[in-house]
Design a protein around this ligand. Structure first.
Ligand code: GRF
Length: 195
């Protein structure tokens, strides 16, 4: 299976996914694509020998459709079987999502359905939650709400700052996403729950 990974920043999830796709793994990374030409993850992908591309979203302003029309060019050229959003911070239109429905995944840093959207760790701490975590789900046209393919839980500890909790969750993201992708690429949609 051919996997394209979309990133916006450092790409630590992309690195974890790419590093997992070795040996008898049913998938291989064929493209790392970013909405930011300066994304640190692009250099990491190039160093791993993975083809990269970038389409800066800023010149398109609010014209999401025009941005996505450009983004689709390198993405379709890579002929992906699966698209993984990994720290990708642009909301995609239903038209774009529809092109990849049933073969596009995302990782979100909360235990969905709790805390869709941003600032998830701050919200979990402020709510006094004992647990937090991350979710891998299929991408549908409703933000952060497709079928859940995996979740990883971590404790929220007294005195946790959002940064401390984010680091604890990110560590689990790097385990969860590869575990989900390995099953998903083999056609198995049984959810993964960690620990
Ligand atoms: C992190 O906040 C992570 O929780 C979320 O995207 C952000 C950047 O991740 N999934 P990455 O290091 O670019 O993969």
């Amino acid at each position: 299976k051919r996997v394209a990974i979309l990133i916006s920043g450092g790409g630590s999830n992309m690195v974890a996914l790419a590093e997992s796709m070795v040996g008898d793994h049913p998938a291989r990374p064929v493209l790392v694509l970013s909405n930011d030409p300066q994304a640190g993850g692009l250099k990491k992908a190039a160093a791993m020998g993975i083809p990269t591309a970038a389409v800066d979203h800023r010149p398109f302003g609010k014209d999401r459709a025009a941005f996505e029309a450009e983004l689709l060019k390198p993405l379709l050229a890579a002929e992906p079987d699966i698209v993984c959003l990994a720290g990708f911070m642009r909301v995609l239109t239903p038209d774009f999502v529809a092109r990849f429905e049933g073969r596009m995944l995302n990782i979100h840093p909360s235990l969905l359905p709790k805390y869709p959207g941003l600032h998830t760790h701050r919200r979990a701490i402020d709510a006094g939650d004992a647990e937090a975590g991350c979710t891998v789900h299929e991408v549908t046209s409703v933000l952060d709400s497709g079928p859940i393919l995996g979740q990883a839980r971590v404790p929220v500890r007294p005195g946790d700052t959002a940064e401390m909790l984010a680091a604890r969750v990110l560590e689990q993201e790097h385990k969860l996403y590869p575990a989900v992708l390995r099953r998903y690429a083999a056609g198995d949609r049984t959810p993964v729950y960690l620990p």
